[in-house]
Design a protein around this ligand. Structure first.
Ligand SMILES: Cc1cc2nc3c(=O)[nH]c(=O)nc-3n(C[C@H](O)[C@H](O)[C@H](O)COP(=O)(O)O)c2cc1C
Length: 168
């Protein structure tokens, strides 16, 4: 694995000690122990942990790219996207739109001929221009379902009803 310098590049002037921990300890000493756990497996565990913790920020984007660099394939990240005709994509609204990682996800696969339906939770805002913005990341998708916004306190049955309607 090449030396990671992202911490120093992004935070070197502002928080040099933190940048040092990131580059020299986390990556330099922990990630570099390739004899204990191969980078590919370390990437799979890291991306899974970030996703299951709901961490959708730039660190997830960094680790998805790192996973690709470490040999994790698209097919391994979403097992056989070709099997699905309808793809439901859910996310929290952040600053009136979808978190950036949703664009990265859409840019990573070929959705030609599939139906994409978006759903989101938010404190107050609607979906705004979210669907129009996300369409730009996915020019090949054949059809888009009506997007649906749910409140933060939406019940499972409310969401299940929408899933039932959106799946065809
Ligand atoms: C960084 C950030 C930005 C947010 N921006 C909005 C917003 O623009 N409009 C809104 O109604 N809610 C906003 N929220 C509230 C989230 O949409 C809400 O917490 C989320 O839908 C609930 O899902 P969660 O429990 O997974 O966070 C924001 C939350 C965060 C953390």
């Amino acid at each position: 694995m090449g030396k990671v310098t992202a911490g120093k590049e992004m935070l070197g002037d502002f928080a040099p000690q933190f940048a040092g921990f990131n580059d020299d300890v986390l990556f330099g000493e922990v990630w570099s122990r390739e004899d204990k756990l191969a980078p590919r497996e370390r990437s799979i565990v890291t991306v899974s942990a970030l996703l299951s913790s709901g961490i959708l920020d730039s660190s997830l984007k960094f680790h998805i790219q790192k996973a690709k660099d470490n040999g994790v394939t698209k097919e391994e990240m979403v097992k056989d996207m070709g099997r699905y005709d309808v793809v439901l994509i859910g996310f929290p609204i952040w600053w009136y739109v979808a978190p950036r990682i949703i664009q990265t996800f859409l840019e990573s696969y070929d959705f030609s001929g599939k139906k994409i339906s978006l759903f989101a939770t938010s404190g107050m805002s609607g979906m705004g221009d979210t669907q129009e913005i996300l369409r730009l990341s996915c020019p090949g998708a054949a059809t888009w379902g009506a997007g649906r916004r749910f409140s933060e306190s939406a019940s499972e049955s409310e969401i299940n009803r929408w899933v039932g309607k959106s799946s065809f």
